[in-house]
Ligand binder design. Sequence first.
Ligand SMILES: C[S@@+](CC[C@H](N)C(=O)[O-])C[C@H]1O[C@@H](n2cnc3c(N)ncnc32)[C@H](O)[C@@H]1O
Length: 363
Amino acid sequence: MSDKYEKERGRHQLIKLDSASLGYIASLDYGINAPDGSTIFPNKGKEKISRWRWSKEKLKWGIKNDYVVVKKDRNGNWAVYTKQYLNADNEGNIIRRTLQPMGIIEKYSTTQSNKELKSLFNNKSIFSYSKPEKYIKYLIYLISKKDSIILDFFSGSATTAHATMQLNAEDGGNRKFIMVQIPEETDEKSEAYKAGYKNICEIGKERIRRAGKKILEDNKDKKGIENLDSGFRVLKTDSSNMKDVYYAPVQTEQNFLDSLSDNIKEDRSSEDLLFQVMLDLGIELSSKIEKKVIDEKEVLIVEDGFLIACFDKNITEKTVKAIAEKEPYYAVFRDSSMASDSLATNFEQIFESLSPQTIRKVI
Ligand SMILES: C[S@@+](CC[C@H](N)C(=O)[O-])C[C@H]1O[C@@H](n2cnc3c(N)ncnc32)[C@H](O)[C@@H]1O
């Protein structure tokens, strides 16, 4: 069945507007005009069980936008139908313009995906058994919304990240991805190893960089492509940043207690601490992070000041004040950072006077 919107909205099927299975609602049991001047009701004189699926207002919109068909059914009775388009939702939004419908999965093969991956890596076979990017893109398209987070626990060569960026480029989506991969070592005889990729994570990271660059190049003339986010952040799992307390109090000696005067392990960077805090507070790890130096101390600013942290040693009143003046939602410091006991005491007062609503945390 064709109609004037077919090019834009794709093919459609007709779905009866009356429904008995959705449950009776009196306000959805109203009369609709038939072409011969009669009135159509969802119940056709029977006991009240059916109702229309659409409200009067929605029906008005549907008629105006060519979503409604009134015609006789097989029994010769007037019936009202709505059009369910392949490429448009029930609000007139185009949803499947860039992709083909179901039934194409068998078109994808790993031979094809190996070729694609090779072309991205200067004709080198750096990963076997990668999934076809177009196939994964199709699956993501089927199950995701434009702002979904796509998670792949067995990321391998990061086909899922590639497919997510590609789909975003095609439909203007803003999907994010999380790829998880153990640093499984590559075989010393493999092309990947010889090309410098000592473990699978390195392959995945490089794939994302190259795919992002290629997608931006391929779409350089496309409107809005400048909004495509092809960046990513790499995080590694590790033990806690906090020093372990192994001993019962009776076993502790003074030098052990001294070593705990700073409760954080010596080898941890300010980023390590920041990501721990972000995890604790439920802040997305993909958030924007800026570094600034205030009074010679490094200050980390997350999401334009939603969270401000300073983990430097010997921070001064000036630094604390500068942070409080920015009125962050969270302000985080390190316990051992306070230059003096008086600053530790003043800390609360500084915030009480400059930004009382800020939630302060000392780790
Ligand atoms: C076949 S690959 C995934 C391929 C990926 N879809 C692609 O297109 O590149 C599966 C990955 O899962 C990882 N993996 C397999 N078993 C695992 C396990 N038990 N724990 C963690 N990772 C595992 C392997 O390192 C491998 O890289």
